[in-house]
Design a protein around this ligand. Structure first.
Ligand code: LMR
Length: 402
C-alpha cells in the first residue's frame, strides 16, 4: 500500500518554529528574529547558565548511569518541582494530593495532561483563550478535544476584556476543561489581576470546570512565588486541576526538554490512582522521560548554594526583559508610531503584541527581514542594543505604508 495521498501534500510549516527555519535560511545580514520565545543576552546569544554548567560538571564527575528512569520520572526531581510550583508548605503538597510527573518540556506535560483526560473519560470540550500559543489548539485537537475559545483581550489587544472572558466561560458545561496561562500570557503578555484570578476561580468552582494551567514562564514575570499566585487561587481545598510547567526558559534548557505535569487531586488516595493513569499515558507515548535535563534541574534545586545562584540568574533574565520592554516603548514613542504602547512596559514575560495585519507582518519579513509571529507577536527577550532601533524603524515603515 502506498502512503496516503494527503501525506504527499506538504503541511503548513509551524507558525513559530517554522519561522526560525525561514529566518536561518534568509541570507540577509540585517535580518532580525523576534519569533520563537528564547532569551538572548546583550550580545544576542543564549548562553548556558553558570549553575547549569556547574551541575553538568558534577553530573559528569559522578558518572552515573544511563539506565531507564521510572515512567513518571526521577522521584527527587518530582518532589522538588512540586514544591517549586505550589510552595513546599502548601496543603496540596503536605497532604500528598498533588503529584508531579517529569515530562519532556512543558509541551510534553500538556500532551500527557490531554491524553490522561481523554483516556479517563473527561469532557472532550476544552476552552482556551483567543488568542493563545498556536501549539495549544493543534495539540489539543490532535489529542481528540473539541476546542472552544474564550475572548481574552479587548480590541486594543493590551487589556483583558474581563466581562467577555467571564461571560464566555460562564457558557462552559460542568466538566469542561479550561486551559489557562499561569503567568506571562503567550502571546499577549497581559495577565489577569489578582481580583480576576479570584473571579475565574469562583467561576470554575461554581460551574464545576476542570482547569489545566500552562505555567511555562514561572519566574519570568515578577518572581517565582509571584508568578504562581494566579494558579494558587485555583488550588482551593478539595479543588482538582492539572498544571504543566517547563524549565526551557527559566533554566535556559530549551533543547533538553525538561518540564513536569502536576495532578492536584481531591485526596492523596485519588492522586495515587490518577498517577497510575498518568503512567499509562506516558508509557504509550514516549515510554519514560529523558534524564539529563531533569538531572540538571534536580542538582541545582537541591543544592543550597546553586539554588540561590539560579534564582539570581533568573532574576537577571527577568530584569533584562523588563529593561527591554521600557526601551521598546521609548523607541516606538521616539518614532511617534501611532498607538498607545505604554502598557508594553508593564506587561509580563517574553511576549508583546504589535497588533498588525497579516500583510504588515509579511512586509516586515519580506522587506525588512524582521520575523514576528502571527499578527505581530514579538519576543521582547530577543532585543539587543543593535536590533532594537532597526526593528522600530521597520515597524514605523510598515505601519505607515503597509
Ligand atoms: C514560543 O511560544 O515561542 C515558545 O514557547 C517556543 C515554542 O515552542 O513555540
Amino acid at each position: 500500500m502506498p502512503l496516503p495521498s494527503l501525506a504527499r501534500i506538504p503541511a503548513p510549516s509551524d507558525p513559530i518554529l517554522g519561522l526560525t527555519e525561514a529566518f536561518k535560511a534568509d541570507p540577509r545580514t540585517t535580518k532580525i528574529n523576534l519569533s520563537s520565545g528564547v532569551f538572548v543576552d546583550a550580545s544576542g546569544k543564549t548562553p548556558v547558565l553558570p549553575t547549569v554548567i556547574e551541575a553538568e560538571r558534577r553530573l559528569a564527575a559522578a558518572a552515573g548511569t544511563k539506565l531507564y528512569r521510572p515512567i513518571d520520572g526521577d522521584d527527587v526531581y518530582r518532589g522538588l518541582v512540586r514544591s517549586l510550583v505550589l510552595g513546599a508548605d502548601h496543603e496540596a503538597v503536605t497532604s500528598g494530593r498533588a503529584l508531579a510527573t517529569q515530562t519532556p518540556g512543558g509541551t510534553g506535560g500538556l500532551r500527557v495532561a490531554a491524553d490522561l483526560l481523554r483516556q479517563t473519560g473527561a469532557s472532550s470540550t476544552l476552552w482556551m483563550s483567543e488568542p493563545t500559543w498556536p501549539n495549544h489548539p493543534q495539540m489539543f485537537k490532535a489529542a481528540g478535544f473539541a476546542v472552544k475559545t474564550y475572548p481574552y483581550t479587548d480590541a486594543t489587544g493590551r487589556r483583558i476584556d474581563e466581562a467577555a472572558l467571564l461571560g464566555a466561560l460562564g457558557q462552559a458545561e460542568p466538566g469542561d476543561i479550561v486551559l489557562l496561562h499561569g503567568a506571562c500570557h503567550n502571546p499577549t503578555g497581559v495577565d489577569p489581576s489578582a481580583e480576576l484570578w479570584r473571579k475565574i476561580g469562583d467561576l470554575i468552582e461554581e460551574r464545576g470546570l476542570l482547569p489545566i494551567v500552562d505555567l511555562a514562564y514561572q519566574g519570568f514575570g515578577d518572581g517565582l512565588r509571584e508568578d504562581a499566585a494566579g494558579l494558587m487561587e485555583l488550588v482551593r481545598p478539595g479543588a482538582e486541576l492539572l498544571v504543566s510547567t517547563s524549565f526551557s526558559k527559566t533554566f535556559s534548557l530549551y533543547s533538553e526538554r525538561v518540564g513536569a505535569m502536576l495532578v492536584i487531586a481531591r485526596s492523596a488516595e485519588d492522586a495515587k490512582a490518577v498517577q497510575s493513569h498518568v503512567k499509562v499515558a506516558v508509557r504509550v507515548n514516549y515510554s519514560n522521560p529523558p534524564a539529563h535535563g531533569a538531572d540538571i534541574v534536580r542538582t541545582v534545586l537541591s543544592d543550597e548554594a546553586l539554588r540561590p545562584q539560579w534564582e539570581a540568574e533568573l532574576a537577571a533574565m527577568r530584569a533584562r526583559i523588563k529593561d527591554n520592554r521600557a526601551a521598546l516603548v521609548a523607541a516606538l514613542q521616539a518614532r511617534a508610531i501611532p498607538g498607545d504602547w505604554t502598557s508594553i512596559a508593564s506587561q509580563r514575560g517574553m511576549f508583546a503584541m504589535m497588533g498588525l495585519t497579516l500583510e504588515q507582518v509579511a512586509r516586515l519579513r519580506d522587506v525588512h527581514g524582521v520575523y514576528v509571529v502571527g499578527k505581530g507577536r514579538i519576543n521582547v527577550a530577543g532585543f539587543t542594543a543593535s536590533n532594537m532601533d532597526p526593528f522600530a524603524d521597520a515597524l514605523a515603515e510598515v505601519i505607515a505604508n503597509g
